[in-house]
Ligand binder design. Sequence first.
Ligand code: SF4
Ligand code: SF4
Length: 324
Amino acid sequence: MSDDKPVNEPLEYEGAEDIFEGKFSDIPFESPVNPVQLGLDDEFQFRCHPGISCFNECCRNTDIQLLPYDIIRLKNRKETTSYDFVARYTLPFQMDHHGMPGLKLRTRPGTRECVFLSEEGCTVYEDRPTACRYYALGSMGVRKKDSSTVEDMYFVVREPHCKGHEEPKTQTVGEYRKEQGVDKYDAMNREWRDIILKKRSSGPTVGAPSGRSLQLYDMCSYDMDKFREFIQTPGFTDIFDADVIGMDRLLEDEEALLAFAMRFLKQVLFGEMTIPQREGAREARLEQRRSRIQERREAGAGEEHVSSKAYDMPEGGDAEPKKD
Ligand code: SF4
Ligand code: SF4
């Protein structure tokens, strides 16, 4: 584990209304984004290389949202847990007015310089986040009205300090994505992005997510180590059969675990029941919950608290737990 401890204080970040996978989740009025929509076969002119005069300038002016697979790659790179990585290297922000939590990569105190930048360049290059791979492209997932599919859009981000746009090299978006190893990252993060878009487009008919839903969302998105522990707890295995869900594989394969976490999250948030439950598990759970609430009432505990223990199963859908 590295001992480079960033010490800048967390900042509240507001206003990211769209999920950009490039650096610019908050495009200012005078935007560096070239507003031309590109497809995979469209060409653009750009080349970045170590000999260029602006080398690493982009890493001194960052605003990088981290996605679930970024966290897995980076925490393994730093040989630490997801919890420790998030605490040491990220800052929380709200992705929407419902308080859906997002994470940004920290910068060095008083600057916008990435914590992973050294004199020699990026210290996590092989595991750099999605946004760094895309730059100087940005990408955006858009769900058209009345459509269930999400379309990928790309655009060029043109900042004055970046001289890569003057280099005489053209390539298609698809070629650039391949060169930067973006495909794997997008594949791993796609379900998560779809969840965010679906949550957002469901709007006021669904309402704000409950405290418990947010906890589950946070764990499934950013804390795979905690999620791995969670699926081994009796609260989980009483409901889901270890053989049916392929527990052994989930415990040793983090990519499979992330994919499963996204299915679980869809089950929790939208009631998409793709993970079979044990027979009678739902009824047993409801009964257990009733007894627990009754016990608390009798003990004078009053309100039901949402705690890490309350990571036990939600009902499917996004309702607050009933206090019956
Ligand atoms: S060309 Fe652009 S992306 Fe490459 S180092 Fe320079 S500023 Fe960064
Ligand atoms: S992670 Fe690496 S490539 Fe990305 S901004 Fe930081 S130093 Fe630059």
